[in-house]
Design a binder for this molecule. Sequence first.
Ligand code: NAP
Length: 292
Amino acid sequence: MELIDGKQISEEIKKEIAVKTSAIIDAGGEPPHLAAILVGEDPASQTYVASKERSCKAVGITSSIYRYPANISEELLLEAVDFLNNDEEVNGFIVQLPLPKHINADKVLQRISPAKDVDGFHPVNMGRLALGLPSYLPATPAGIMLLLEKSGIETEGKHCVILGRSNIVGTPMSLLMSRKSNPGNSTVTLCHSKTKNLSEITRQADILIAAIGQPEFVKADMVKAGAVVIDVGIHRIEDSSEKGYHITGDVDFDAVAPKCSYITPVPGGVGPMTIVSLLLNTFKSFNKEIYF
Ligand code: NAP
């Protein structure tokens, strides 16, 4: 079994990004600029945004956070989105989810200019993804594609089973893995909560991608010997350790790992790649690589 070290792979890509950023600054230019809108005090959201800010700093990308109280009206939040859409100094921005219940998140995400939608959640970017056209790819699936590529994992003609059909992970992942590309060219099965005989399907997977949001759901008897297992889940489980918690994924790592050819750990697998993909998308926007 080989561990796919997302932390190390992400550090290597970050170094490459830092070199490009330095070159821009050395030539007298302004570095790319990523902004984030953060609404309310949700601790997980605060952690994610802080971590994105740290990663930007580490590679020389400018970052700014626009904080709003949880009781901000939808109208004012849409105005904040418009402001960033029109701010020529900002190359790309994200709206950290989840948003408070009184705000229609779809409406807010759809207000983001597709050209600045570095999270890749806008219908224009999702539609382009489905059609195989250039687009900003959602960060987590894009990060997984990079992990597969950098680890030299063969995907062509393989049966890829994806657990979970969310718009941010499972669905775009299924589109990318079935694309005529490398990585890609897989035969994809997309499973969800209404799937029958789930274990029978997962046992057929050459590549199993778990994104269902259930801690340690994937057990050893659900995995074929020699499979590649990618664990997208992140769960904070309270325990009696000094820290008071540990982080686990959607896969029962200790039981499943010995059966795999490759597996991602949690933490240190998919998570670090998600942020790197966001940085790469910001660079794409800076370079105007995608035409809208
Ligand atoms: P989500 O929106 O909650 O979607 C979960 C999906 O799993 C749904 O499609 C659901 O089916 C399916 N599902 C739930 N229980 C199931 C079951 N028992 N059997 C089969 N399918 C089941 O989750 P998400 O946003 O995609 O996130 C998934 C996990 O990845 C979470 O742990 C999240 O924290 C993590 N995550 C990690 C990163 C990262 O950077 N590493 C990024 C994003 C998310 P239905 O559609 O039928 O409800």
